[in-house]
Design a protein around this ligand. Structure first.
Ligand code: GLA
Length: 390
């Protein structure tokens, strides 16, 4: 990929000395969905697939960007002193938003650059290609101009850029997983306090298999923001009697005792998901430590069903992939991953069953939906960084 992005750079901007190379991964969440913006826990990991960039500094204040993944949109060009969201800039708004965020916070960007991007995260699959390009941009700016900023700071800035510049009110999970990823580890992150612990996924004999529905997510942004709003309304109702700052502070039994305070039935189901999912996430991380695979499988299934019935963010395609996985004997657990509304499932599969699982689940899915799913055996990698040496 590094050679490829170097080639892309040369063909678009011409050969240049002193190119530097950067990488930011995609992420997959094992469990803890729609809990991050509710002050709960998440359990994601960074992948070895991601976004690559070749970067060269310019002497003026122009920024030029090109993405091999969106060739047809051409070179995007803008000035550092005139950064605003522009629909025509399409994908380039994500890195542009991060540059803007740096400037807004008073971190000067003295000169522009030329950047070629190339990524191998399937777009719109819920594996965070957008947070990946955001963190990549943040690491580029940190490396050249602001080495004093630590990774967590970059994570927060990238999330804020997505909230304000792009207008998607996402939580911190994606940027955190991508900025802080560690090879072979998932992270149990408390999204309220941002305390976290790495958890070695010591799952010898097991593989993480990502299955892409190949059904593009629709209305993801607006429905996502609507879910967030519904949870806030539920919290507001609960606060009439409870002193809590977020749904993440409630245990399932607390929730059951006070759920009647939530006036709207839909909001009650949304909040129930957030509270119970948080509990499942903490338990899943615990079960990984104890290697209790059956429990992990049940928790993943409950998670998917809750996202389907109470949070209503699965899709018929995600459900079909989950059903196909649950009925395969080599599968420990399976659920949708990411925001939902389409995208991917994640399954924990016995190594020797992976091939058969892909064949059978792929065939069942094709038969039920008419769509061909793609399967990837995930490799858990490091967070966003400059690529040095070879
Ligand atoms: C998207 C958001 C995250 C998180 C997930 C759902 O990926 O960017 O912040 O809310 O959806 O768990």
């Amino acid at each position: 990929m590094r050679e490829e992005v170097k080639g892309t750079f040369a063909s678009v901007f011409g050969k240049q000395d002193g190119l530097r190379f950067f990488f930011a991964p995609g992420r997959v969440n094992i469990i803890g969905e729609h809990t991050d913006y509710n002050g709960g826990h998440v359990f994601p990991c960074a992948l070895t697939i991601g976004t690559f960039a070749a970067v060269s500094q310019r002497k003026d204040r122009l920024v030029r960007m090109f993405s091999e993944n969106f060739k047809e949109t051409g070179v995007k060009e803008f000035k550092l002193d005139d950064l605003c969201y522009n629909k025509d800039d399409d994908w380039a708004n994500y890195p542009k938003g991060v540059i803007f965020e740096f400037q807004q916070r008073g971190y000067a960007i003295p000169n522009g650059f030329d950047i070629a991007f190339s990524g191998n995260i399937p777009n719109g699959a819920g594996l965070s290609s957008s947070a990946s390009i955001e963190l990549l941009m943040a690491v580029v700016l940190q490396t050249y101009f602001h080495p004093e900023l630590n990774a967590l700071h970059l994570v927060k800035m990238a999330q804020h850029a997505e909230n304000t510049f792009i207008g998607v009110n996402c939580g911190i999970m994606d940027q955190f997983a991508i900025g802080m990823g560690k090879k072979g580890h998932a992270m149990l992150l408390n999204c309220d306090t941002l305390s976290y612990e790495y958890s070695k996924l010591d799952v010898s004999g097991l593989s993480l298999v990502i299955a892409n529905t190949n059904k593009k997510r629709s209305l993801a942004g607006s429905s996502y923001n609507a879910r967030r709003q519904e949870c806030q309304e539920a919290l507001r109702d609960l606060k009439t009697e409870l002193e809590i700052a977020s749904l993440g502070e409630l245990s399932p039994s607390d929730f059951d005792s006070y759920a009647h305070l939530i006036q709207n039935e839909t909001n009650r189901r949304r909040a129930k998901h957030a509270v119970y999912e948080n509990d499942r996430t903490i338990k899943t991380a615990e079960m990984f430590k104890k290697n209790k695979l059956d429990e992990i499988g049940s928790l993943m299934k409950e998670s998917h069903l809750s996202l389907k019935n109470d949070y209503e963010v699965t899709s018929p395609e995600l459900d079909e992939l989950a059903y196909a996985a649950w009925s395969h004997e080599g599968v420990i657990g399976s659920r949708m991953t990411g925001a939902g509304f389409g995208g991917c499932t994640i399954s924990i599969v016995k190594d020797q069953a992976v091939e058969d699982f892909i064949e059978k689940a792929g065939a069942a899915y094709k038969e039920r939906t008419g769509i061909k799913a793609d399967f990837y055996v995930a490799d858990i990698g490091e967070g966003a960084r400059e690529l040095k040496g070879d």
